[in-house]
Design a protein around this ligand. Structure first.
Ligand code: NI
Length: 158
């Protein structure tokens, strides 16, 4: 286990399309372990491999109940809409107003290469979409309506 450095969105790694994982080996397991530790240390909800400088299609999400390890994830179903505050560990101290589906289902491989599905609403659906965007080099600031002001965040109204 080990903490990895989280890159900011000024780093070119955050703007590249990541390659699929093809080896489900110890190196991948170590990456997943480190990402989970790094996510917990940063108090985040989700973390994508490019945020720690690895250009592979790997994401970890803390649903509150469990840690989901998503390898080569694909969005297979979305519905509804939500518009709310969204942040990113690579854009520290800022939040933007981002429109996302209210429900999302992903299909992904686990650390051993077996396919499974995971679904979520609200924050989890937002997180799936946000993290999968990272794998295509998209940071939320590129799809947001606008940054939220401190005043809006304090009032929790936008
Ligand atoms: Ni992010």
């Amino acid at each position: 286990m080990g903490l990895r450095k989280i890159l900011t969105d000024k780093d070119p790694a955050l703007h590249k399309v990541c390659r699929p994982v093809d080896k489900f080996d110890r190196r991948l397991h170590k990456l997943l372990d480190d990402m989970t530790e790094t996510l917990a240390d940063a108090n985040g909800v989700g973390l994508a491999a490019p945020q720690v400088g690895i250009l592979r299609r790997v994401v970890v999400v803390d649903t509150g109940d469990e840690i989901l390890e998503l390898v080569n994830p694909e969005l297979v179903e979305t519905s509804g809409e939500q518009c709310g505050a969204e942040g990113c560990l690579s854009v520290p101290g800022k939040y933007g107003l981002v429109k996302r589906p209210n429900y999302a289902k992903v299909r992904a491989q686990n650390r051993d290469g077996e396919w499974f599905e995971a679904e979520g609403e609200e924050l989890i659906a937002r997180c799936f979409c946000h993290e999968l965007d990272h794998l295509d080099g998209i940071v939320y600031t590129e799809v947001m309506e606008r940054f939220l002001t401190d005043e809006e965040l304090e009032r929790d109204e936008y």
